[in-house]
Design a protein around this ligand. Sequence first.
Ligand code: FDA
Length: 300
Amino acid sequence: MNVLDSAIAAVVPRLPQSVVGRVSRKYIAGETLDSALDATRALNQCGMSVTLDVLGENIDSAGQADPTVKTYRDALSEMDSRSLDGNISIKLTHLGLRVDRAACEANARAIVADAHRRGIFVRVDMEDSGTTDATLEVFRELRSEFSGVGIVLQSALRRSEADARALAAEGARVRVCKGIYREPKAIAFQDATEIRHSFLRLVDILLGHGCHVAIATHDDELVEKSGHLLEERGGCDGSYEYQMLLGVREDLRRDLVAAGHPMRVYVPFGQDWYAYSIRRLKENPRIAGHIARAMLRRRG
Ligand code: FDA
């Protein structure tokens, strides 16, 4: 980030919620399951699959996870009955990881069991480094019972190479991303080049073991170099997909689909959109223009 980007990133959390809502509309498929299912159908019609994410994280009591579990189960039921091409992504802190580990596991198990009955895959998102060990443990618990569950590794974390080797040996399905959480230097690469190298190393390790890899990035260089890794292995048909976030780099997404690559779009929805939007806006160096326009519209 340059100085201007950093300044903008610092200002973003202080913006009025209405402005954040307006600017981040493109990253979120509305507040309801119906709106997310409409977005799913539209993406399916353009040749892309979807992973649905019920927005939210870090609840204060285990009971707060109940509506989330219900929404995920409704999503599974609706995707199934409407024959949509989609799966789900869950965050363990949203299911109670930080307040009641046993309740979190029970919640995750209920969702994964339901998905398993319907033949739908579940991805366990990776959150900040304070949750990495617990997330991997819960993932491994779930995977010992159900095959259709996968995990995420963040290339910014120094530990991820070792995690990738262990997960590769277990034949896990892994999404590789850079990692969105700001982590200290002692445990995380800070330099963009190092994070990219790490990303490609993780993809290479996992492909090398025949694991299914989700290449989750909008970074041209990583898309291109991951493509080379796939080619070196003869295309890896059926053992990879590209993944992108709703509303980000739709040009690149279209090009990859046109070139015949499997593409899955991460579609967040729900009422708890604020924290997600703030993270997305801080990440995008071009938000200055969007925000300025949104502010002017608000005043106009
Ligand atoms: P980078 O941030 O360098 O972006 C590359 C280019 O994409 C930018 O130059 C810009 O053009 C464009 N771009 C990026 N973000 C944009 C935005 N918000 N708006 C507009 N343009 C934008 N992280 C995590 O910690 N745990 C997780 O479980 C996941 N899960 C996940 C799933 C999927 C499907 C994706 C795509 C990403 C994640 N992430 C994640 C987020 C990930 O770690 C990372 O923060 C973002 O993908 C941004 O990194 P890129 O690799 O895209 O590169």
